[in-house]
Design a protein around this ligand. Sequence first.
Ligand SMILES: NC(=O)c1ccc[n+]([C@@H]2O[C@H](COP(=O)([O-])OP(=O)(O)OC[C@H]3O[C@@H](n4cnc5c(N)ncnc54)[C@H](OP(=O)(O)O)[C@@H]3O)[C@@H](O)[C@H]2O)c1
Length: 344
Amino acid sequence: MNKYILPVSVMGTVIGSAVLIKDYFSGGVCPSKAKITGKTVIITGANTGIGKETARDLARRGGRIILGCRDMEKCEEAAREIRGDTLNRNVHARHVDLASLKSIREFVQKINQEEERVDILINNAGVMRCPSWKTEDGFEMQFGVNHLGHFLLTNLLLEKLVKSAPSRIINLSSLAHVAGEMDFDDLNWEQKKYDTKRAYCQSKLANVLFTKELARQLQGTGVTVNAVHPGVVATDLGRHTGMHQSPFSSTVLGPLFYLLVKTPTQGAQPSVFLAVAEELAGVTGKYFDVLKEKEPAPQAQDAEAALKLWQASARLVGLPQAESGKGSPSLQVSQEDRRPLPAS
Ligand SMILES: NC(=O)c1ccc[n+]([C@@H]2O[C@H](COP(=O)([O-])OP(=O)(O)OC[C@H]3O[C@@H](n4cnc5c(N)ncnc54)[C@H](OP(=O)(O)O)[C@@H]3O)[C@@H](O)[C@H]2O)c1
């Protein structure tokens, strides 16, 4: 037997399996060819990864795209690149740091001054498994950015979204929500030992619970809200994990990982699908695993927990009428009437 047959066939099998696994994880492409000319889209965390590719795809469809990012240099660069690539001049960079309630309020104030409408809000920015960091307002970083920041942002933009209806909100969650537990006695990890994996899972469970309660409150407004797991995507999300830190992981496991998982362009397809697909008009309060609607984990279907999270979040970010649970505060009061922020 030729001495090369065995190694060549092993290599062929490995490469073939990798391609098949990658294909399995890829999920698919948004089937809709819908144009969004005349619509305004806000995407948080759009300077890189899934957010940037979502912005690029939606820019090709003709929308006015606002990239909301914390680093203006990266944000301007991404906006410039997307304008050049898509020839859509309506791609703009705006500052928002989701780890700062003040920054979120300033961002919304600018949007309210500059934009006539907001048709699509994609709550995409995220941080995963960072050290025990706090936001400017003293919240645990993953809960603060992934959930609380987007909770406040969405609430402050609701008036615009309702006026622009039919409009859509998309919350980037994760399959990681299945391992999530809401600790309502200690949402910000002040009493127990910090566990960064559990904190990420809690924040991604919070994304699904927020989606559920918001959908309930928005019934009849023409604004829909859905949560999505984009698949496993090769982005900067793992920057705080061992994969990026150990030399073995980054040189041996890293390349294998990148061979198996989706590209950011593929990873953006679920967000694009939820933003534009004609068949999703009126679909709200759902969880999508890539392009397919699925039941989320049982703890993500708990309506009581969803309301409890809403009330706790409203208290933490300083939204009024936190206790009522009867409709979004943003639909009831103007922004000037907001209660001062609590000391953190
Ligand atoms: N990648 C995956 O496999 C995967 C799987 C499931 C769910 N997701 C979810 O998909 C979303 C996008 O993640 P990704 O994979 O594209 O990750 P990524 O490449 O790390 O992008 C995350 C984005 O969020 C931004 N961000 C982080 N903290 C922020 C803050 N305080 N204020 C404003 N922006 C902030 C980042 O900005 P900087 O560049 O300035 O840090 C970056 O633009 C996340 O919500 C993530 O949980 C991803």
